[in-house]
Design a protein around this ligand. Structure first.
Ligand code: COD
Length: 300
C-alpha cells in the first residue's frame, strides 16, 4: 500500500485510540488551530504548556473553544519546553509538538541526557509531501535535524524512515539516495555514500526497503528522465523516500516544494521516545494538522 495524499493519513487512524499530545510553547496561532482541530476530530487529547494569557488571547481572537483542554501556565519559553519534554519523558504523552520556538532549542531539550527523549538511536527528521506533479506522497529525510550526516548517520536515518513507512503501510519502500549526478564520482561524497548504501541494501545490511543511488533528483522522481539517461533502476521514477545528502539541500527542497510547488507537507522527528511534530514556524495550520496525523500514525 502507498499513500496517495494526506487524506490517506486520516484513514490510517480510523479506529485507532486517541493519542495524548503535549504542545510546548503553546501560544502559537497555527499550532493551536491545528491542535484544536485534531482534538475535535478525536485524534488527540492535548495538553498546552506555555503562556496561559497568550494562549487564551489567541483562542479568544480566533473563536477557539478550548473548554476541557488542560493548560499548564509557564510563560518562560525555555521553561515551557523543558516542562513539556519532562512530561513526555515521564510517559505522560504519546506525541510532543513544537509551538512558538526555534527547532534547535526544542531539539537541544529533547537531547538532554537526564530528562530528554533519547533512546540510544539517532534522531532524524522525516517529512511527507503531497505535490500535484507526483502520483503519490513522497517522503524526504533529513531536512531539519542532522546537519551533515556521515554514512553511519545515513544508515540510521534510512532505518528510522523505513520503520515509519512500514507503520504507514509500506512493505518495501523504495529509497532514492540523492546526488548531483547518477554516476559514482570519487570527488562527490554523496555519490560514494549512495553507492555504499545501495550495496549494503543488496547484501541485506539495511532491510525492509529497496535502495538505489546515486540518483539525481530528476531520475529519482521521473521514469522518463531515467530512461532517457539509460538508467535501469527499480526505484527511479517510483521513489517513496528521498535521502538527502545534507540539511541545506534538504531544507531548500522542502521550502521549494512548499513555496514554489504549493505542496502539502507533514513533518516529524523520529527515533526519540515518541514522535515529535516539528514543522517550520512559517508552515500553515494545515501542515501542522497533517503533521499531527503523521505523528499519531507513527506512534501506533
Ligand atoms: N540523534 C541523537 N543524538 C544526537 C543527535 C541526533 N540526531 N544530534 C546530536 N546528538 C547528541 C550528541 O551525540 C551529543 O551527545 C549531544 O546530542 C550534543 O551533540 P551536539 O554537540 O552535536 O549538539 P548540539 O546541541 O550542538 O546540536 C544538536 C542540534 C539538533 C541542535 C543540531 O544538530 C542542530 O542545530 N540541527 C539543526 C536544527 C535546525 O536548526 N533545524 C531547522 C531547520 S528548519
Amino acid at each position: 500500500m502507498v499513500l496517495k495524499n494526506m487524506n490517506d493519513l486520516r484513514r490510517l487512524l480510523e479506529g485507532v485510540a486517541t493519542k495524548k499530545l503535549i504542545l510546548a510553547a503553546a501560544d502559537d496561532h497555527h499550532s493551536l488551530g491545528a491542535v484544536i482541530r485534531a482534538w475535535k476530530e478525536n485524534i488527540i487529547d492535548p495538553v498546552l504548556v506555555g503562556d496561559e494569557a497568550g494562549i487564551k488571547n489567541i483562542c479568544a481572537s480566533n473563536n477557539y473553544d478550548i473548554t476541557g483542554i488542560k493548560i499548564i501556565n509557564e510563560p518562560d519559553i525555555q521553561k515551557s519546553v523543558e516542562t513539556a519534554v519532562k512530561m513526555v519523558h515521564n510517559k505522560e504523552a504519546n506525541v510532543l509538538m513544537k509551538g512558538k520556538i526555534g527547532s534547535a532549542t526544542l531539539l537541544r531539550c529533547v537531547l538532554n541526557k537526564e530528562w530528554g527523549l533519547r533512546t540510544g538511536n539517532l534522531l532524524s527528521h522525516f517529512a511527507l509531501f503531497e505535490v500535484d506533479t507526483y502520483p503519490k506522497v513522497i517522503a524526504v529525510t533529513d531536512v531539519a535535524m542532522n546537519i551533515a550526516p556521515t554514512l553511519q548517520d545515513k544508515i540510521a536515518i534510512v532505518n528510522n524512515s523505513v520503520a515509519c513507512l512500514n507503520k504507514l503501510g509500506y512493505k518495501m519502500p523504495k529509497v532514492a539516495v540523492l546526488g548531483a549526478v547518477e554516476m559514482v564520482n570519487e570527488n562527490m561524497q554523496a555519490t560514494l555514500d549512495a553507492a555504499l548504501l545501495s550495496k549494503m541494501n543488496q547484501r541485506d545490511q539495511i532491510k525492509n526497503c529497496v535502495i538505489d543511488g546515486p540518483l539525481a533528483f530528476d531520475n529519482a522522481v521521473s521514469l522518463e528522465s531515467a530512461q532517457l539517461k539509460g538508467i535501469k533502476s527499480e526505484v527511479a521514477g517510483d521513489t517513496d523516500l528521498l535521502l538527502m545528502p545534507d540539511i541545506e539541500v534538504g531544507n531548500v527542497l522542502y521550502k521549494s516544494l512548499v513555496f514554489f510547488a504549493k505542496a502539502k507537507v507533514a513533518s516529524i522527528i523520529l527515533g526519540a521516545m515518541v514522535p515529535i511534530v516539528l514543522t517550520s514556524r512559517s508552515d500553515s495550520e494545515q501542515a501542522k494538522f497533517d503533521s499531527i496525523l503523521l505523528a499519531a500514525a507513527a506512534s501506533r
